[in-house]
Design a protein around this ligand. Structure first.
Ligand code: KG4
Ligand code: ZN
Length: 353
């Protein structure tokens, strides 16, 4: 039995978790900074690092206590080294290095995107069936939208990704334009529940012949629709409080129409990529994978089995980092105390693609 402590601090969640054999979750502690950043309408990097410094040790201790283990029970520490905010990553990496040195434990530096993928391998009971490679992976988070063909553990081929905004970023920006606040994904999902998804025919960028995505045109079209509904005039108040002048029914229709357009493109292109690569199954992961409309459309439209993590493992957490660490360790990998953060770390290095 291999017990790994995972640590995650790449953005605005300070998280630690204990996972057995990469498959069974023993604890999952997440200190969210959402309330702190809400007043700025997005993540304020300097505030995020300071908050990580305050939270990291209590969160690590809580993860051990919840799992009912002590340091001596652990086999390794896995920590996110990138991609993410440099100042935020540094807090987790330094805490992991200090603990690994003090406790004499092996250290594993983990790619945050690989972590998101492994959220599909782990759950409370550890009973998920083995996946049949190749698996087509769609990563949809606040910073990334990527289509990856996973050939085996730790073996990835990048098929395509967004040319401009990530899907989560588009949700966050359109939520701001609709006056729905931060984080935008859950706010749009909630607002759109009572809306008509066919009310506004918003554009879909198909980029046919490629596995790439583009969401900036859709985002601009949503902004234009709001401006048109709000009527003429570009006064300061309208600029500062967008969407505030629209009746809730129009906001609901716009939110549903926008969500439908994003989901339509994500689902259609992922299924096409899975067919083109003869993948056996599809795994969806990242914060946007929590979206009910996305999950529903995948289940309705995909001819292949589609796995999505439980909702609490879609957004950032350390369970997924510990799970990814297990498979890295299984392949004999480990990092040393020179481990450094890599804010722009890609999942697939250019020479491997
Ligand atoms: O994976 P994540 O927690 O952080 C990154 O690695 O970026 O993803 C956060 C993103 C945010 O853009 C947030 O708006 C989006 O995931 N998100 C959602 C939902 N929950 C979170 N988007 C759509 N629907 C949701 N239910
Ligand atoms: Zn993430």
């Amino acid at each position: 039995m291999t017990l790994i402590l995972g640590i995650e601090s790449s953005c605005d969640e300070t998280a630690a978790a204990v996972v057995i054999d990469g498959r069974t979750m023993r604890s999952n502690v997440v200190a969210s900074q959402i309330e702190l950043h809400r007043q700025y309408g997005g993540v304020f990097p300097e505030m995020a690092s300071r908050q990580h410094v305050l939270a990291i040790l209590p969160v690590m201790q809580q993860a051990l206590a919840d799992a009912e283990v002590v340091w001596a029970d652990l086999d390794a520490i896995a920590v996110t080294r990138g991609p993410g905010l440099a100042g935020s990553l540094l807090v987790g990496v330094n805490a992991a290095k200090a603990a690994a040195w003090m406790q004499g434990l092996p250290l594993l530096g983990i790619n945050h995107l690989e972590g998101h993928i492994y959220a599909n391998w782990v759950e409370a009971e550890g009973n998920l069936p083995d996946k049949q490679f190749p698996v087509l992976v769609l990563i949809v988070s606040g910073g990334h939208t990527e289509l990856i063909l996973m050939l085996g553990h730790g073996s990835y081929r990048r098929l395509g990704g967004t040319l401009d905004d990530a899907a989560g970023e588009a949700f966050d920006k359109v939520a701001r334009v609709l006056g729905l606040g931060y984080p935008g994904g859950p706010a749009i999902e909630q607002a759109g529940r009572s809306g008509d998804a066919a009310a506004y025919p918003l554009p879909r960028a198909w980029l046919s012949g490629s596995h790439d995505f583009s969401f900036s045109g859709l985002k601009t079209a949503a902004l234009r629709a709001v401006q048109k509904l709000e009527g003429a005039g570009n006064d300061e108040e309208r600029r500062l409080t967008p969407g505030a002048h629209l009746p809730p029914a129009q906001i609901a229709d716009l939110a549903a129409s926008f969500e439908e357009a994003v989901v339509d493109v994500l689902v259609t292109k992922t299924i096409a990529a899975a067919k083109a690569t003869e993948a056996n199954e599809i795994c969806v992961c990242g914060g946007v994978a929590a979206n009910a409309r996305l999950r529903h459309h995948f289940q309705q439209r995909s001819p292949l089995p589609v796995a999505t993590p439980p909702l609490y493992l879609c957004t950032d957490n350390a369970v997924m980092i510990a799970a990814a660490g297990y498979y890295r360790r299984l392949h004999g990998e480990h990092s040393n105390l020179q481990l450094d953060v890599k804010p722009h770390l890609p999942l697939v290095l250019a020479q491997e693609a």
